[in-house]
Design a protein around this ligand. Sequence first.
Ligand code: BG6
Ligand code: MG
Length: 218
Amino acid sequence: DIRGVIFDLDGVLTDTAEYHYLGWQKLADEEGIPFNRVANEALRGVSRRASLMLILGNRKYSEAQIQEMMARKNRYYIELLKNITQNDLLPGAIALLDELRQAGIKTAIGSASKNARQVVDRLGIADKVDAISDGYSVDKPKPAPDLFLYAANQLGIKPAQSVVVEDAAAGIEAALAAKMWAVGLGPVERVGAAHVVLPSLAGIKWADLQAKLNDAAN
Ligand code: BG6
Ligand code: MG
């Protein structure tokens, strides 16, 4: 039976994707590299370094230049994060977190972002989750299972007792690689590999989610 739920942050509890996009767009413009919202779709849930690599394509840069560009984009992103408040929580997020706590189900954040703690604080949900795993917790980014395994370990539960809620293909892949239950938010073209696919967390009750996971198991 399920004892914990691990939530991805960007695109699941809040929509920081726009801020990540604006940071990368500014950097790409400064470097004279073509980039736009469509190209940005491929960066969903992807680590900072892998995102930059996708933008740079086969252009050659030194490691020092790569480090500088990652730091520059992060400065732009951190500046934009100052705009985040509780109002930026996506519909259904708080209700589900509160319901899970009420039901005695453990909760964790499992985010690839090194800024996850700051975002959690700004959203005002730090005291609503039992653990935070972020971009500092493990070396191997999603789709490796490491981050979610780390989160389950923080909660003291086994992978088979864990549910991951994700909006990115790489995140669903990571959850399945960890042998956890996967709930995908968004279009099936993106998260169709998950056990359960939902448009968003809006109106989602824990009992409904459990029933859907049970159906998927049988
Ligand atoms: C993920 C985001 O949560 O974190 C990605 O979906 C982002 O867009 C990645 O690149 C790394 O975040 P950060 O804040 O460490 O650059
Ligand atoms: Mg995400």
